[in-house]
Design a protein around this ligand. Structure first.
Ligand SMILES: [Zn+2]
Length: 84
């Protein structure tokens, strides 16, 4: 298996691979590998994760619904600062 290095298209940081729970429309689909940018916190799906998430969502009848924020691609996982 060859090692892949993927960089963030926005700031060119090297993405980290993480396992994150993917929840669609309140249905837990399990944990999937996602790539997280350490700089801007954006989340990207590896191609195999996109396929696996789609397949799992179809199996659970939630395909096409919005993912919960933790593992949603291309959206910051958390705000820069908490609203206090
Ligand atoms: Zn980034």
């Amino acid at each position: 298996m060859r090692k892949r290095t993927t960089t963030c298209p926005r700031d060119h940081s090297v993405l980290r691979s993480e396992l994150r729970p993917v929840v669609v429309a309140g249905v837990d689909l399990g944990r999937f590998e996602v790539w997280v940018c350490p700089e801007c916190q954006r989340v990207f799906d590896p191609p195999e994760t996109s396929l696996a998430v789609d397949a799992a969502a179809k199996a659970k009848g939630v395909f096409g619904s919005e993912r919960d924020a933790l593992a949603r691609p291309s959206v910051p996982a958390k705000p820069d600062r908490a609203h206090a």
